[in-house]
Design a protein around this ligand. Structure first.
Ligand SMILES: *Cc1c(COP(=O)(O)O)cnc(C)c1O
Length: 475
């Protein structure tokens, strides 16, 4: 039989939407389901099967097209639609600020404040002392100035938004000088040149990829220059024969020519990681102290708070930024604001911040502590009592992620897991797709690797039950 005839026969076997819907009516479903959900589920399954029949490497056969087999798929699809899409997962990747897995976990106090403000009325834009309309940003401006040393501050939806509104306010229709070594792309389509274009400012590149000198910036200055911009190389490093201009030098140059200076710090940390034996990452306080007019950074990277874009700097510039109508479009919402305020308050006491902000705690956890958790996790998995389950401890390194400290490998102690008679891909897929709470790990050297650095203590039983389930069901 030619492939064409074969395809036609398979298509003929495929039941129609109406027939499947009719068959469904005869079955009692486990939960009440709307007609719209039923119809869409049936359509999706049937069009999926049709696509597979027509595709090059046809992956369906006659056995997949019986009414019974189709109904099984429809039931699975209904089940999928009934369960929540956005849900918690266990991060076993060892990447602390994992953008795909939600970046930072909120601290206890941030979660409590978020719940309190979200479930009640609040003074979001109401000045309780004066009894008149107040500023949404009042909740965080004072504390931001206190910790960063800035004269004024404001917050928007995320750092990409912060960069956009700053550029639009300070340099729309003007030229912005940036070093060629700092034209970064952050994951998720954030590219400095593209954001610049959207802001209506014109990019003026100076220097080379590896070396940029003060005279490059100076040579680039023209009448239409509106801003000198420094961008933190968040997610890459330039090594070897390199030179860049310090923020302090850029500020001096800006002063000489009367041009404002802005730094996009990206991650933004209030804590000097080199104090804890890690690599140095520039702090917000240092950028402010260098005299930059405007500094922007993220709320949910190294800061360990909710998604937000934070802007601190000189009052005269912040006043202009606050008046930009774009801030209304990029407005931070009250839940974020509640979580951000609580997170920021923790920074008043660095020891307290390091202990209670999960992102900091995970990054700075000593390998001894990770080792203990690894041993505990291994014992728990061993307690399942299956001889097929093999668990070894291996030395791997964790990463900060989120475009911060890109070269830093934090020593860690990981679990390498294998199940006799089961492919490692199957294990990985089950944990990600089928486990009640997904457990995300990676495959290396034919082992399923879990890094305890990003696994919370109370998640150990969750991992155990996922493996119990896999061993019982076989997937
Ligand atoms: C991450 C990053 C951004 C974008 O911040 P978001 O909070 O993700 O919008 C912008 N600039 C730099 C340098 C970054 O590292």
């Amino acid at each position: 039989m030619s492939p064409g005839t074969d395809r036609r026969n398979l298509l003929k076997m495929l039941p129609g939407v109406d027939r499947v819907l009719e068959a469904l009516r005869a079955h009692a479903l486990s939960a009440p389901v709307s007609q719209a959900l039923l119809t869409q589920s049936v359509r999706k399954v049937i069009s999926g099967l049709r696509e597979k029949i027509l595709s090059e490497n046809k992956t369906v056969g006659p056995e997949d097209l019986s009414m019974e087999a189709v109904m099984d798929r429809v039931h699975a699809e209904i089940q999928r639609r009934l369960s929540p899409m956005l849900r918690r997962v266990v991060n076993g990747t060892g990447v602390v600020v994992h953008t795909n897995l939600g970046r930072s976990l909120l601290s206890e106090s941030a979660v409590q404040n978020l719940a309190a403000v979200g479930s009640r009325y609040s003074n979001l834009e109401f000045d309780l002392a004066a009894g008149v309309r107040g500023s949404r940003y009042a909740a965080v401006e004072e504390i931001l100035c206190e910790i960063s040393g800035g004269e004024a501050a404001m917050v928007v939806n995320n750092n990409a938004g912060a960069v956009l509104v700053c550029l639009e306010t300070l340099a729309r229709g003007k030229k912005v000088i940036v070093s060629r070594g700092e034209l970064v792309e952050i994951g998720g389509a954030f590219r400095i040149p593209d954001v610049m274009a959207k802001s209506g400012a014109f990019l003026k590149e100076v220097g080379t990829t590896n070396r940029t000198h003060p005279h490059d910036y100076e040579g680039g200055i023209e009448d239409e220059t509106g801003l000198l911009l420094k961008v933190h190389r968040s997610n890459y490093s330039v090594v070897g024969f390199t030179a860049s201009v310090s923020l302090k030098n850029l500020v001096d140059l800006g002063r000489t020519y009367g041009i404002p200076v802005m730094e996009d710090l990206g991650s933004g940390t209030f804590i000097d990681f080199s104090k804890y034996g890690l690599e140095y990452e520039p702090t917000v306080q240092e950028s402010v102290a260098s005299g930059a007019d405007v500094v922007t950074f993220s709320g949910d990277k190294l800061l360990g708070g909710p998604q937000a874009g934070i802007i601190v700097g000189k009052k005269a510039f912040l006043d202009r930024i606050k008046k930009n109508p774009l801030t209304r479009a990029l407005r931070i919402d009250k839940l974020t604001l509640a979580a951000l305020e609580s997170t920021l308050r923790l920074y008043r006491d660095e020891a307290c911040a390091v202990e209670s902000i999960p992102t900091l705690r995970m990054i700075l956890a000593p390998v001894k502590e990770i080792e203990k958790r690894a041993a505990r996790l291994r014992r728990t998995l061993k307690s399942i009592g299956s001889t097929r389950l093999q668990v070894v401890l291996t030395d791997h390194s964790s990463r900060v992620g989120g475009g911060a400290l890109p070269l830093l490998k934090i020593p860690s102690r990981c679990l390498g897991i294998r199940i006799e008679g089961m492919s490692i891909n199957h294990v990985e897929r089950f944990m990600r797709e089928k486990a009640e709470i997904p457990v995300i790990g990676r495959i290396e050297d034919d082992l399923f690797i879990l890094d305890p650095r990003t696994i919370q203590e109370e998640e150990i039983p969750i991992i155990k039950s996922a493996f119990c389930c896999l061993l019982e069901r076989g997937g």
